[in-house]
Design a protein around this ligand. Structure first.
Ligand SMILES: [Zn+2]
Length: 276
């Protein structure tokens, strides 16, 4: 980007007509702004801003009405520092839940925007299965707001890859869309294909914690071309839903095998089961 700007300045100097060019550019920028505003206004008439939950008319795009907002069960501090689970009270220091103490995860910290229930469940279902990605900007904002410290400390952002058969059926990887939004909003480097699935896995739905771990164990690897870009880096791993953490744990182990310095996990939703 910066290189392009520098080249433009050089081209103006060579023409010897800096003032004229700048004036022309300002005029076009002004026209662009007027047209941009007009375009947005026209767009709002053709595609009026609607609540992503209930389609009620709103003033802004990519938002929820206040009623739908209340139907999202946002996860708020105090949290377990490792798993991001809500804790009953704040001790003032770093807190580790009983679940994290019993089964320490391979990743450093996990955070999620909301519990996987209520409206969040419906929004994610639409996002995954209806091929409508209207909520992607809202999801990106929520992810950045849920864990600013994780986003800030990341060197690279990597999505959990989808199984090949599911990618063929769905045509997109929802985790990659989320990771793209977080990278766009934060300015961090996105490595969308750094992780890959090395084998097919069964659906995790209905499996116990142990079965989930066995199902995805060794199912991920860092792409040989990406190993040099992962080694020594702080990775932010992004997925849509975290249940027992088996999938993100298996992905984390693959990243650490490729010498990632640390891995944090950021998801839209967390299934808060007793043994999560
Ligand atoms: Zn609504």
């Amino acid at each position: 980007m910066a290189i392009g700007d520098t080249n433009n300045s050089a081209a103006q100097s060579d023409d010897g007509g800096d003032d004229g060019n700048v004036a022309v550019r300002r005029t076009w920028l002004g026209v662009g702004r007027v047209w941009g505003g007009a375009w947005r206004a026209a767009l709002n008439v053709v595609l009026p801003p609607l609540c992503l939950g209930c389609q009620a008319r709103l003033l802004d795009h990519d938002a929820l009405c206040s009623e739908c907002w209340r139907r999202v069960d946002f996860i708020r501090p105090p949290l377990c520092d490792r798993l991001g689970l809500p804790m009953p009270y704040d001790t003032g220091g770093i807190m580790i839940s009983a679940a994290a103490a019993a089964h320490p995860p391979p990743f450093e910290r996990a955070r999620a925007v909301a519990r996987y229930d209520g409206l969040m469940r419906d929004l994610i279902h639409d996002f995954k299965f209806r091929d409508t990605h209207d909520a992607r900007r809202l999801f990106g904002r929520w992810l950045c707001q849920a864990a600013p410290e994780l986003v800030a400390s990341a060197d690279i952002i990597i999505p959990v890859p989808l199984a090949r058969s599911r990618l063929l059926a769905r045509r997109f990887n929802q985790a990659q869309i989320l990771a793209t939004e977080v990278a766009r909003m934060s300015g961090k480097t996105l490595l969308p294909l750094a992780l890959r699935r090395t084998r097919a896995t069964a659906h995790q739905i209905g499996l116990t914690r142990r079965e989930r771990e066995r199902n995805v164990a060794g199912a991920f690897a860092v792409h040989p071309n990406a190993i040099g870009r992962v080694a020594g880096k702080s990775v932010l791993l992004i997925d849509d839903v975290m249940t027992t953490g088996a999938t993100v744990s298996a992905a984390t182990k693959a990243l650490k095998k490729a010498a990632a310095a640390r891995v944090d996990v950021l998801t839209l939703a967390l299934v808060t089961e007793p043994h999560a």
